[in-house]
Design a protein around this ligand. Structure first.
Ligand SMILES: C[S@@+](CC[C@H](N)C(=O)[O-])C[C@H]1O[C@@H](n2cnc3c(N)ncnc32)[C@H](O)[C@@H]1O
Length: 293
């Protein structure tokens, strides 16, 4: 089958990696503004149609056209709408910002997803975001309930790979998070790193600003949620008695991406930024699997 897919906040196109792994052909329209992320997508998926800023994207129902900053496209019906809007406002790691929840300018972008979903009325939809206050979850669940059959799922990537990463998903694709289909990715850090692995150095983010000191947790099987900044984030562990950081390639594996996938982003800083932002592909793959006949 060939699907027409509209991906908002496409990042490094993890949705496209998941679709490819499921053997689903697609015409893929990607809205993204970060040039490093776009470079990653362009290299890995040269057929992607890049449509720029989500705020400029309109779907005209009677002509079945996408009107964007980059042009007008005769797309027909859109089968699948996916996206995870920027999460800084919702994220519990964002203690230092005064703007929280829906007031944060980045959180407002979720309303662009909502607007476009109403314009498109896709057959299938998937919205992802970070763990957040129940009152915010309720608001989003209420918005999403306009699509028939949308269910809310809270999934930890640790079911698929050795990373603790809780994310929220709203989708009308049939999905049972209690029965994850296993991937070939390592489920323990010992498997990922090898025999010298002794345990992680955990960082706790303080609500008063700054980080608490590393706390050694021996033999912890899971990495903490990887974030955008490799050296300030959750990437330290002890290897043969020494403090060590995950390599970019290990971070790629923690997001169940092919090793080397983010190389086109260039520097380690940019690759780390993309990886902290992106989806764990195996989770998305398992959700999208529900579209298969
Ligand atoms: C949480 S990340 C999504 C990452 C993506 N799911 C992935 O797997 O890589 C949010 C993305 O929204 C993008 N973004 C921010 N403002 C945008 C806008 N106005 N239009 C399109 N994308 C935007 C950011 O650059 C970022 O890549």
């Amino acid at each position: 089958m060939t699907l027409t897919v509209l991906s908002l906040f496409d990042g490094i196109s993890c949705g496209q990696v998941a679709l490819q792994r499921l053997g689903i052909d697609c015409v893929y329209y990607a809205s993204e503004v970060d040039k490093y992320a776009i470079n990653v997508t362009r290299t890995n998926f040269p057929n992607t149609i890049h449509i720029g800023d989500v705020r400029k994207v309109r779907y005209i129902r009677h002509t079945k056209q996408l009107v964007c900053d980059t042009g007008v496209y005769d797309v027909g019906d859109i089968d699948l709408l996916i996206g995870g809007s920027p999460c800084q406002g919702f994220s519990r790691g964002n203690y230092q910002s005064k703007d929280t929840d829906f007031e944060h300018s980045q959180s407002q972008l979720i309303y662009e997803y909502e607007r476009i979903r109403n314009e498109v009325r896709p057959r299938y939809m998937l919205l992802e975001n970070v763990s957040m206050k129940q009152s915010c979850v309720d608001i989003i669940s209420d918005l999403m309930s306009a699509t028939h059959g949308v269910k809310f799922h809270k999934v930890n990537s640790s079911k698929y790979v050795c990373q603790h990463r809780i994310r929220l998903y709203w989708t009308n694709i049939p999905f049972n998070p209690d029965k994850p289909v296993q991937t070939e990715y390592p489920l323990t850090l010992k498997e990922l790193i090898g025999d010298g692995y002794e345990g992680v150095l955990m960082r706790k983010f303080s609500k008063y600003g700054g980080d608490d000191a590393d706390q050694f947790v021996p033999d912890r099987p899971l990495a903490q949620t990887i974030t955008k900044n490799k050296y300030k984030g959750n990437t330290a562990y002890r290897f043969n008695g020494k403090k060590t950081h995950f390599t970019i390639e290990q971070m790629e594996q923690l997001q169940t991406l092919p090793v080397g996938y983010t190389e086109p982003a260039g520097s380690e800083t940019q690759r780390s930024y993309c990886l902290g932002n992106c989806w764990t592909v195996s989770v998305i793959e398992d959700i999208l699997r529900g579209m298969l006949p």
